[in-house]
Design a binder for this molecule. Sequence first.
Ligand SMILES: Cc1cc2nc3c(=O)[nH]c(=O)nc-3n(C[C@H](O)[C@H](O)[C@H](O)COP(=O)(O)OP(=O)(O)OC[C@H]3O[C@@H](n4cnc5c(N)ncnc54)[C@H](O)[C@@H]3O)c2cc1C
Length: 369
Amino acid sequence: MADADAIVIGAGIVGAACAHALARAGRRVRVIDARRGGATGAGMGHLVAMDDNRAELELSSRSIDLWRALAPRMPADCAHSACGTLWIAADDAEMAEAERKRERLAALGIASRLLDAKALAAAEPALRAGLAGALEVPGDGILYAPNAARWLLADAGAAIEFEQARVAAIEDDGTLLLADGGRRRAAQVVLAAGLEATALCPELPLRPKKGHLLITDRYPGTVRHQLVELGYVTSAHHAEGDSVAFNVQPRPTGQLLVGSSRQFDTTDPAVEPAMLARMLRRAIDYLPGLGELSAIRSWTGLRAATPDGLPLLGAHPWREKLWLALGHEGLGVTTAPGSAELLVALMTGTAPPFDARPFAPGRLLETVA
Ligand SMILES: Cc1cc2nc3c(=O)[nH]c(=O)nc-3n(C[C@H](O)[C@H](O)[C@H](O)COP(=O)(O)OP(=O)(O)OC[C@H]3O[C@@H](n4cnc5c(N)ncnc54)[C@H](O)[C@@H]3O)c2cc1C
């Protein structure tokens, strides 16, 4: 007998959003999570409209709208805030890029405005002098993802049943084999296990991208927006090699959350002093006073990256009953609700909110006859 209408493997922000959307579609959902920790507990929680391509922008902007709609019902500890993003332009070339970014966002109806050097200095006095300006995206925000994931599961009430267990294997007919020997069955299974999904489906093209973060003590008012250098886009999309970028978030507590770094193909969780120092030098270059603040803690996390930077959302091309919600790299907190909405539309045979094809798992998985 089936244990639910659908089973979701993974209760990170993506699995929780999928379970929530399935429950809202009237499904009885079982969520199975080993509570091993994952990217959701390690990330930054910047809700950001990213515009590398139209598909990414549609997914991220739709998701930010969905978070905004959920926010009034979310408890305060989810720390949703519409602080907006300032994309910092260091020089005239980056200012020209800011203008191009404004046009790309406007094409999808996303409001933003250019700030000149004077307006930027007035908006964020702690930034170094001499910057060219910025693009302000007021609709962006922040969220504390671990609490938001827990709330999504709780919000659905009895429609979602949670089970703490490790899925050891997915059998050919879609039955789940648990590490304790138990078996779970449902008509549909969603694999949202983050990077560890490769242990269950080795064919998945997911690569780890390690990131460092550091949080300071409380200094309310030092920074008001999420501040990101425009060069972040280049750094975030380096296909190979290590990179850092200036990326600072004002937490509602008054703390500053400082990122970001990217390293491919290491799963060692250790904080690497050289990489942390490189990331902080970059941050201090933009925010000189940062060097005087006390740091409380630094840590790392692993992003699950696909070869083309878009997540896998849709049916597994050959595994029975299996649906994928994976590979959200550095954008999964932002894109969890839009990913869930899209996947659940596909699973229930309703019209997707936007073009699902760029996310189809078959684009990156070889199909077998
Ligand atoms: C340093 C860093 C900064 C980031 N900053 C941002 C940001 O600013 N904005 C943004 O949008 N995103 C950001 N991200 C990305 C974001 O955190 C991830 O994309 C997102 O959390 C992925 O969520 P997930 O639910 O897919 O995976 P995870 O959070 O990894 O969850 C997977 C879950 O599956 C469970 N699991 C795994 N294997 C099994 C198994 N066999 N059986 C049962 N359960 C299992 C785990 O216990 C875990 O709970 C950042 C990530 C990092 C690392």
